[in-house]
Design a protein around this ligand. Sequence first.
Ligand SMILES: CC(C)(COP(=O)(O)OP(=O)(O)OC[C@H]1O[C@@H](n2cnc3c(N)ncnc32)[C@H](O)[C@@H]1OP(=O)(O)O)[C@@H](O)C(=O)NCCC(=O)NCCS
Length: 163
Amino acid sequence: MSEMPAKPVSASVIEKHVYKVFPNDMNAHNTVFGGMIMAKCDRLALVVAERHSAHVCVTAAVDSIHFRAPAKGNDTLLFNLSLNRSWGSSMEIGARVEAENSYTGDTRHILSAFFTFVALDENDKPVDVPHVIPESDEQRRRFENAEIRREGRLKTREKLSSR
Ligand SMILES: CC(C)(COP(=O)(O)OP(=O)(O)OC[C@H]1O[C@@H](n2cnc3c(N)ncnc32)[C@H](O)[C@@H]1OP(=O)(O)O)[C@@H](O)C(=O)NCCC(=O)NCCS
């Protein structure tokens, strides 16, 4: 059990981080390259994890990446990431990406995903992080659901390590 003071979700949240799509972001199908969106999510989720833990963090797992709609040339991507829950040294960060047509103001839900980061000490060993305080009903729902997802992740990890 962590003895550090707990921190609210708002202390590490990233809201509506803007990325303007340019032609070099497109794939052969002329929609935005999904790998670029995933990489940006991973990088921003790292910032959330490091703000919360105040340690160097690494990605341990990524689950439930769903591309729900394509992003197009000239869209503006809006990245939203927040800490759902922390345990010992690990943290789940939820990501939601929207595409905005900046001329009309219309937005579309592009991607949702969950990232697990682990905080490391100066010897690269996992180190405990503060608990998180969910402040809204939405944050409390994510907090509860994160525990169910963690069980699934740890089962998957166990299966992979027995191969
Ligand atoms: C992630 C890593 C540090 C975990 O180290 P480890 O020696 O396995 O440590 P532990 O078994 O003590 O696990 C540490 C925590 O990570 C969690 N964890 C490890 N692998 C996980 C996975 N696949 N999914 C979810 N949680 C995981 C554990 O549940 C534990 O959480 P807790 O402290 O909150 O209870 C190690 O596996 C690693 O370095 N992986 C490579 C990371 C990397 O290179 N990422 C890409 C570049 S950033």
